[in-house]
Design a protein around this ligand. Structure first.
Ligand SMILES: *Cc1c(COP(=O)(O)O)cnc(C)c1O
Length: 332
């Protein structure tokens, strides 16, 4: 791990990650796997500089989609974005009639557990999809996207700090064109990132452990059947939780429409008989952690990530714990 990121072992590792992502997703000809440092959040800023020419249109239905829209809204060189918004638990796609050169939304909104369709809404605008909690777990038709971007700390079972994107030829040429006419810091320049990625490098030194862990997960996913396998596991795990919520007299699925329910991030609402914050505190004290709702969301809710690596039997064990604690809370 101590070698320079321009040396062969690291370039082989980056090339391996790129080729395994292509094997997993089979993107259309001409699409490239571009990567750089900074996670999905950095990609929003890079997209503001390099992919939005004048105006973007956003579908916002949770905190992550809102963050990208906010980044675009603050750029002094862009027109204010068109924002179509839906409340937590529902899905909003960008307004196809808005005068925009980018359409942006989130495939799987991690903050709410809502899953959006991924398809072009109009001819012309680039389609930028935040796939951070979808990539490596949920299938997609990449021909419907121009940048399908993500960080690897969710299904890809790695650490944070890196961003990766399947970029279409249209996105790559937009990035070249805008970089030629606008000041762009090198760290945010997708044309620079694409040139480095073609050489299996990043602009500056990446965290090698992040790449090694991600490569291991990609090998595991491919050896077991790829995205179909991953989605099957996620659907089994999430189905157990959704069935539990629907059968429970004091619980319900936060995402009302079954077609909008994420197979990877499950949100469950409780009625007034159960204090979800108290439930989470008791579970946490017993070592069952990270079922709290997203911090921006003030709901009486639990939220469970059932990414590809999660064993459905562990979800069964979680449900047994939930039953036990909920019963005790009701009888307290
Ligand atoms: C986790 C997550 C992010 C944030 O990723 P960072 O690597 O921390 O920037 C962005 N979008 C979605 C959909 C996420 O789930």
């Amino acid at each position: 791990m101590g070698t320079s990121h321009r040396k062969q072992p690291v370039r082989d590792l980056v090339a391996g990650v790129q080729s395994r992502l292509i094997e997993l997703y089979r993107p259309p000809d001409g699409y490239e796997v571009v990567l750089g440092n900074g996670g999905a959040t950095l990609f929003w800023d890079a997209a503001v500089f390099c992919l939005i020419a004048e105006r973007s249109a956003h579908g916002v239905f949770g905190e992550f989609g809102a963050k990208f829209a906010h980044a675009a809204a603050r750029a002094p060189f862009l027109e204010p974005p068109a924002i179509a918004e839906a409340p937590p638990g529902r899905v909003a796609l960008p307004d196809a009639d808005a005068d925009a050169d980018v359409h942006a939304w989130t495939h799987n909104e991690t903050s709410t557990g809502a899953l959006a369709p991924v398809r072009r809404l109009a001819d012309g605008p680039l389609v930028l999809i935040d796939a951070t909690s979808a990539a490596g777990g949920l299938p997609v038709d990449l021909s419907q996207t121009d940048a399908y971007y993500f960080a690897p700390q969710k299904h890809l079972a790695s650490d944070g700090g890196l961003w990766l994107a399947f970029c279409s030829p249209a996105a790559l040429s937009r990035a070249e064109r805008l970089a030629a006419g606008r000041w762009i810091p090198d760290t945010l320049n997708l044309a620079v990132a694409a040139r480095n990625s073609r050489a299996h490098q990043t602009l500056n030194t990446p965290a090698l452990a992040t790449l090694l862990l991600m490569d291991d997960q990609l090998r595991w996913l491919l050896a077991n059947g790829g995205l179909e396998f991953a989605e099957g596991r996620c659907r089994e795990s999430s189905g157990l939780l959704y069935d539990w919520a629907q059968a429970h007299p004091h619980a319900s699925c936060s995402v009302a429409d079954p077609t909008d329910r994420s197979p990877a991030v499950v949100t469950i609402d409780f009625d007034d008989a159960i204090d979800a914050a108290e439930l989470c505190r008791i579970m946490r004290a017993a070592g069952v952690v990270d079922i709290e709702p997203y911090r921006g969301l003030a709901s009486n809710q639990i939220r469970v990530g059932v990414y590809a690596s999660v064993d459905p039997d562990d979800v069964r064990a979680l449900i047994a714990c939930l039953d036990h604690v909920v019963e005790a809370l009701l009888n307290a």
